[in-house]
Design a protein around this ligand. Sequence first.
Ligand code: KIV
Length: 262
Amino acid sequence: MTTLATLNEMKARGEKIAVLTCYDASFAMLMEEAGVDALLVGDSLGMVLQGETTTLSVTLRDMQYHTRCVAKGASRAYVIADMPFGSYQQSPQQALRNAARLMAAGAQMVKLEGGAVMAETVAFLTRRGIPVCGHLGFTPQSVHQLGGYRVQGKSAGDAARLQGDALALQQAGAGLLVLEMVPAALARQATAQLAIPTIGIGAGPDCNGQVLVQHDMLGIYPGKTPRFAHNFMHGADSVQTALRQYVEAVKNGSFPMPAHLF
Ligand code: KIV
């Protein structure tokens, strides 16, 4: 069974961590069979399953339901569940109450968005037995504040702020960090300065692992596909083959390719 310790050992020996978003038991089984190390029950389900244009309307009940489905199908992979918008920002106590529901549904870790401002909450959860994954760079729940789907950390000031946020989250006890849509050079520096593994999405090849949204990597999302995504169904004769090729490409460093970088 994959644990947080396993993911830390992978970082230590330089083995890349292959992560995919997953929303149901059948895909959890297929992804595990293909060698995916961790399954992220992402609130991206608001867009790819529910047809919304953002993740903002996803509820805790939605996340509990899909986490339970994924946990049923997974026996080896590490299961991470997103805390939905509005379920953790109010207070550490609110976050604990809601994170506990996701853990009870089968998550082994919860993910929340935000930097130093969330450090107190991260410390509150981790000291009470709930592993936390941070999420920096483009944080989809702040899409309206960020002014759209934009690369983050491009200026020297923004890059320094992101580095500070990453250290604050690690210091507070976060066990993993997702970096989304940031320049590859910034992700490389953040990964080098942190002891915890980083998982990139549109963050270049030097993160300790990669994550893609399932519907993007299978080429089945009818909306706009982000520039950093790759359709692994191209040239694959089955979903299983595409999943295996994704894992192989992450492990051997051939994904992401230069065309996917910022
Ligand atoms: O919800 C999600 O799918 C995510 C990934 C984009 C990392 O948070």
